[in-house]
Design a protein around this ligand. Structure first.
Ligand code: NAD
Length: 256
């Protein structure tokens, strides 16, 4: 018996085998979970479908989280297939590269709104459609980063979006607690992924981890995945509204 045996859930945010969502999916499967996946668009489907099939996914659905109709369609399909579900993984973020390269004060109005919509509001929208289908004891997680509460160089508008995301976690946790549903965030250290490639000087962030993090390295997708199993399983049944750092201890030794 795995920690996730008998639990069914959906994962938003696999782009390829480097994705943090993929690390999470593998750990959930290893613990016995039954999985559904979404992919952003047709070009992503080519990569995501074979990965999802390799973990015996029961649903593989398109979903651009900026579109409410697509989110609604996903949960209608989940209801038709499973009736209810036990967990949701939200591992989605986006900001215009141009806005990440400019000084923060020059962030465009449209770019600010876009980053907030895809990277923060989408958790609220996904939770709204998931809420009626989640079993008591259900759990939702999202992915954040230290740039939510520190001014991390080059993270800029994405840091502001992560701050909104973390605050949304607390408000959603406060609301859904009565239904016995928990909402938490994992704040991961820097990991080389497609999304990370949009952050200027990302390599420097990894180097800082190697030099200063107590564990003298950054973290892996697998380590984030193992923490996700904790938050999505009954191991964390008393924990909600938390932003949990998985950052090799970097936060405790580096102040900026
Ligand atoms: P990734 O590129 O593998 O995943 C980002 C995902 O967001 C992709 O699957 C992409 O298709 C999806 N996405 C973007 N716009 C979308 C939209 N409109 N609708 C639906 N999906 C959309 O990169 P990742 O690093 O694994 O990112 C996953 C999460 O982890 C993000 O929230 C990211 O901010 C967070 N995070 C990443 C790091 C890191 O260093 N890589 C650190 C901390 C937190």
């Amino acid at each position: 018996m795995g920690l996730m045996t008998g639990k069914r859930g959906i994962i938003f945010g696999v782009a390829n085998e480097m994705s943090i969502a993929w690390g999470i999916a593998q750990q959930l499967k290893e613990q016995g979970a039954t999985l559904a996946f979404t992919y952003l668009n047709d070009s992503m489907e080519k990569r995501v479908r074979p990965l999802a099939e390799s973990l015996d996914a029961e649903l593989i659905l398109p979903c651009d989280v900026s579109n409410d109709d697509e989110i609604e369609a996903v949960f209608k399909a989940v209801e038709a297939q499973w009736g209810k579900l036990d967990f949701v993984v939200h591992a989605v973020a986006f900001a215009d590269r141009a806005d990440l390269k400019r000084p923060f004060s020059e962030t465009s109005r449209a770019g600010f709104a876009l980053a907030m919509d895809i990277s923060a509001y989408s958790l609220v929208a996904v939770t709204c459609y998931a809420k009626p289908l989640l079993n008591e004891g259900g759990s939702i997680i999202t992915l954040s980063y230290l740039g939510a509460d520190r001014a991390v160089p080059n993270y800029n508008v994405m840091g502001v979006a992560k701050a909104a995301l973390e605050s949304s976690v607390r408000y959603l946790a406060a609301e859904l607690g009565e239904q016995g549903i928990r909402v938490n965030a994992i704040s991961a250290g820097p990991i080389r992924t497609l999304a990370a490639s949009g952050i200027a000087n990302f390599r420097k962030k990894i180097k800082l981890m190697d030099d200063y993090a107590p564990l003298r390295r950054t973290v892996t997708q697998e380590e984030v995945g193992k923490t996700a199993v904790y938050f999505l399983s009954d191991l964390s049944s008393g924990v909600t509204g938390e932003v949990h750092l998985v950052d090799a201890g970097f936060n405790i030794v580096v102040s900026a």
